[in-house]
Ligand binder design. Structure first.
Ligand code: ZN
Length: 874
């Protein structure tokens, strides 16, 4: 077709569309490239494209322009939906894409790069711009913008900007990071849709029921999962990142519909591992977007709300690999039309248009700065090595310690995100400290050193001025401006001890890979029993054995055989109890979980309890119910379900809270209440039923806000109380006397609230002391770390009522990383973290905080697994 026809098509596309609603005024398109309308039956922004339609259109584009595209399925979601990335570049680049990817990797490792190679790479290589869309499934316009971006880049004719983009860059378009969430959103939106789409924000098409479309199948916020890599979608994206080492990365989101548009530069605070060069680039990209938005008359804001501190965002993780990472946020119509507070109407199409303009402008800005961006990327990776060489912690040594499985898990996590990790094959010394073979080494002096330091340092500081401002705000009871957690140190949360060395360590070592080598060694012969030390890998293995019918016991106190002492918690499999095929099952499970197993030919113990002692408990696979749906917190419910099902392999029934009353509790061993506000969900009779069920042997596990509910005066399932600020119990005050005004009058005192919850902690990592004599602490060394978020302080339970299995450390050693105000530290120190209360034959187990936080808190996840698995045995 001629250009004239293309112009006519463009005019038709724009016909009937209000000002500012056309994609790119003046664009003409090649009719050989199929429009979204010709493939899916609706135009850009006319309908919310379904995940399946997005895949269909991508394939149609790739088929129409095979010389300029490469379409790759990079992962599958839990619900089986494909995730795609479409590479768009000039034909000469697509035909050599594998060679170019090899060169991009070469550029990402400046060590040993000759100046001739460097000049060649900087001269030849394209800049890679990665546009990712809709990690939150209800942030819908992002994906339709992505389809428009791909169409525009492939079909635009005579467009100087597109020509520059294709000449200088490779654009990677991931149109939909969260297909499961989008499918969930769309199902509800279409189910609720009026005859004519309704802009009322509380109409059924906008107002999402629990859990909403934001999260994935396990209800994770995948924009927090980048370094944790718990979800298959995230792991797939990390593989794309390490395949291309993109230089510019944009994660396109949506925010509340009354807002406008947000792009970089971000709000304070910035992570200290972002360099001045990167900050300058954030401004360059921001200014280019601003110019485009000004030209089109689109409102926007910068430097507000969206910070760049936590390293697990889609925008921030790539930053620490050297990219310019940015978040864009479009006001969401959360449907096809949305009536704003000011009575104007926001259309879905408008969101598509704005995202599209920001994305294309960004790709053009990147292309126009190709060589400078490549040079600065190289410099980021080079200076990371140099800075690492000078760092006080030049080498991090992860000690295998009491739970080698935990250190191995952390090492593989780091390796999975492109950080070089070595396994020491010999013993060595760091200063005077003896380190055994089997320790892991991570050098800060590597191209990914800033990412490694971000994750391995105990504390990543926020700028002093920012902290001071938050202090000022809290004293006035203004909300803080902290967007996410302030502590995330992985060694602390995996409970792995780290020693650091200022010198490089030349220890014999082998590289660690992300996937463990399968253990092939056969089960050693044993006449009497196999002992499995308890640790982070044991609950999963024991559940697998129990579900396969293998009998497993647990020593509730320590025992010594010869020179070897097995601590309380050690699992015991008696040879005489092994049935047909059980030996093979045991061998397979022990191998799969990489458990060190000790074979015994005699039951004679030298000290401690015997294998046949009354203090050895018989374990059984518990029947577990997890409370689901409103009023639970979807994040907490999802994390809990994931940790139970996928991390440890429990069989779990998830039961809606509204159906719990009809559940036959006699068939349930363990009921888990994730965080939520249960006040209206359990009447007195329901609470009485729970108590009766516990008396008969049931284990009730409450988490965070659920524990708060259980400790409430009226519910009283937990025999302790929450504290108010200052330490008074949070109970109803009878005979309240009027408070005399301070004399002489003191304004500051007079304005203090009378009843107030404790100072809030915005997600810090704190130390917890554990009672190793209690079965809930099986597999620990008496101490672990937890994430504390919020305002819950539980007074420790009295000795006659229960056991404080976990208490927060004294104030001077309490905070490991992150921000916790002095007053908060003082009140939290030595208060209860994990409470056990025997109730008849059963148990009440309360976690003050979330033990399964984002599923990256391995240390407290072990305590949670113990609670679920061991209650039935004690
Ligand atoms: Zn979002």
């Amino acid at each position: 077709m001629t250009r004239a026809i293309g112009v006519v098509l463009a005019l038709l596309l724009g016909a009937g569309v209000a000002r500012g609603q056309d994609l790119w005024p003046g664009a003409t398109y090649d009719p050989a490239i199929p429009t979204i309308k010709s493939v899916l039956g609706h135009d850009f922004g006319e309908e919310i494209s379904a995940p399946e339609e997005i895949a269909i259109y991508l394939k149609a584009l790739a088929a129409a322009a095979p010389d300029r595209t490469r379409l790759v399925e990079y992962a599958r979601t839990w619900e089986g939906r494909p995730l795609h990335v479409l590479a768009i570049a000039a034909p000469a680049r697509i035909s050599r894409l594998d060679q170019i990817k090899a060169d991009l990797k070469r550029l990402a490792d400046p060590r040993g790069l000759s100046s001739a190679d460097q000049s060649r790479l900087l001269g030849e290589l394209p800049v890679v711009t990665w546009l990712m869309h809709a990690v939150h499934g209800n942030e819908i316009s992002s994906s339709d913008a992505a389809l428009a971006e791909a169409y525009h880049l492939l079909a635009a004719r005579g467009d100087a900007m597109v020509d520059t983009i294709l000449r200088e860059s490779i654009v990677l378009i991931d149109p939909l990071e969260n297909p499961d969430g989008r499918a969930r959103f769309l199902f509800q939106n279409k189910l609720g849709r009026a005859a004519v789409p309704d802009g009322e924000r509380f109409s059924a098409e906008h107002d999402e029921p629990w859990p909403g479309g934001r999260s994935n199948h396990y209800l994770f916020d995948m924009n927090r999962d980048w370094f944790a890599q718990t979800q298959p979608e995230t792991r797939g994206r990390l593989a794309v990142a390490l395949d291309y080492f993109p230089h510019v990365v944009v994660d396109l989101h949506e925010m509340g519909g009354d807002s406008t548009y947000y792009f970089a530069p971000p709000a304070d605070p910035l992570n200290p591992f972002i360099t001045p060069d990167q900050i300058r680039w954030l401004e360059t990209f921001g200014r280019a977007n601003a110019a485009r938005f000004d030209q089109r008359g689109f409102a926007y804001f910068i430097r507000e709300v969206y910070d760049s501190f936590y390293p697990g965002y889609g925008e921030s993780w790539p930053i620490f690999n050297g990219a310019i990472g940015m978040t864009y946020e479009q006001a969401s119509a959360r449907g096809l039309v949305f009536t704003r507070q000011d009575d104007t109407t926001l259309t879905y199409r408008h969101g598509v248009v704005q995202h599209f303009n920001a994305a294309i402008t960004t790709a053009h800005t990147a292309a126009g700065n190709r060589e400078r961006l490549l040079r600065d990327f190289l410099e980021y990776r080079r200076s990371a090595v140099v800075e690492g060489e000078k760092a006080a912690a030049r080498e991090y040594v992860l000690l295998p310690g009491h739970d080698p499985g935990m250190a191995g898990r952390l090492a593989r996590n780091l390796a999975g995100q492109g950080i070089e990790v070595r396994l020491a094959t010999e013993a060595f010394k760091v200063g005077t400290r003896e380190v055994p073979a089997g320790a892991y080494l991570v050098s800060a002096a590597q191209p990914s050193g800033r990412l490694a330091r971000n994750l391995l340092d105990t504390h990543v500081p926020q700028p002093e001025a920012f902290v001071k401002e938050q202090d000022r705000r809290r004293k006035k009871r203004l909300g803080d401006q902290i967007y996410d957690v302030t502590g995330w140190s992985l060694p602390a949360l995996f409970d792995v001890e780290v020693v650091t060395s200022a010198q490089a360590l030349a220890t014999a070592s082998t590289p660690v890979r992300a996937t463990p080598d399968p253990v092939t060694s056969a089960l050693p012969p044993a006449k009497v029993a196999y002992l499995l030390p308890w640790g982070s890998d044991t609950p999963g293995a024991v559940i697998a054995l129990l579900r396969a019918g293998v009998r497993v016991h647990q020593a509730s106190r320590s025992l010594t055989i010869g020179t070897r002492t097995f601590p309380a918690g050690t699992a015991i499999v008696r040879v005489a109890e092994l049935g047909a095929g059980h030996r093979e099952t045991l061998a397979a499970v022990v191998g799969r979980h990489n458990l060190p197993v000790v074979a015994l030919d005699s039951g004679w113990v030298d000290r401690g309890i015997s294998l046949g002692s009354g203090d050895v408990a018989a374990l059984k696979a518990p029947r577990v119910v997890l409370a689901w749906d409103a009023p639970t917190s979807s994040l907490s419910a999802g994390w809990t379900r994931y940790v139970l099902e996928r991390r440890f392999g429990f069989a779990v029934s998830t039961v809606r809270v509204s159906s719990l009353g009809r559940l036959d509790l006699d068939k349930v061993d363990v009921l888990v209440l994730p965080q939520g506000s249960y006040g209206a969900s359990f009447n007195d009779d329901a609470v009485r039923r729970l108590r009766e069920w516990m008396r008969g042997g049931g284990t009730l596990i409450t988490v965070g806000e659920a524990s708060r509910w259980a400790a409430g005066e009226k519910v009283n399932l937990l025999d302790t109380r929450l504290e108010l600020r200052g330490g008074k119990p949070d109970v109803e005050e009878k005979d309240k006397k009027p408070v005399d005004p301070p004399s002489p009058f003191d304004y500051d005192k007079a304005v203090q609230p009378e009843r107030e919850r404790p100072e809030s902690i915005p997600g810090a990592v704190v130390r917890v002391k554990l009672d190793q004599e209690h079965w809930l602490a099986s597999g620990t060394d008496g101490e672990t770390q937890a994430i504390v978020e919020g305002q819950r302080v539980f007074t420790p339970i009295r000795l006659d009522k229960g056991t404080n299995v976990g208490t927060y450390a004294p104030k001077d050693t309490l905070v490991v990383g992150g921000l916790a105000w002095e007053e908060a530290q003082a009140q939290l120190a030595q208060k209860a973290f994990l409470i056990h209360q025997a109730v008849g034959q059963g148990h009440m187990i309360a976690f003050a905080e979330e033990p399964n936080y984002r599923a990256f808190t391995e240390g407290t996840q072990l305590l949670f697994a113990n609670a679920v698995l061991l209650g039935v045995a004690y």
